[in-house]
Design a protein around this ligand. Sequence first.
Ligand code: ZN
Ligand code: ZN
Length: 189
Amino acid sequence: MKLSTHFDSSEFACKCCGKSITMSKLLIDRLEKMHSYMNAKAIYVNSGYRCESNPYGKKTDAHRCGIAADIRVQKQDGTYYTSQDIAEVAERIGFGGIGLMLPDSCHVDTRDSEPYSNDHWFGNETTGNDFIKTFQRGTKFPGEKSAEPDIKAVQKALNAHGYDCGAVDGIIGPKTTAAMAKALSDLWC
Ligand SMILES: [Zn+2]
Ligand SMILES: [Zn+2]
């Protein structure tokens, strides 16, 4: 069953028996957000739901509650993001449970917003359960919305109001600079 644009319930079925439960909607929403934030080609679910007899599932496993996924994120060029990259975005999206699974997988769960035994855990599943404060390293991801101004839009607007920028080329040259200065001084005087 299709859960969202990029995810199907079959991807989250228990690896030991194929059993599925209803996965957290918040989990799926956040995975979709990650997909666009990272401009991913695909997000692969290594492990979603884990039943009671799944050898990897502990009693308190977030996977047993249907609120967790171990994922890999493929870039447009076919290579994979690192665990640290995935964790960095997961934290920005709001995941409260994040575990590095080096080199290129990451555990994410929504324990911050769903009933669970504790509401925060950032760690490293590969080297043990070290507690990590933050995964933020200031990485710029390709799907991230740019905070830079749209110069072409500014030039179009200036031209439309009689301030001559010349060509709408997205470059702040002498003509555009003069037009901006004139428009601003007209606005303020
Ligand atoms: Zn199973
Ligand atoms: Zn996991």
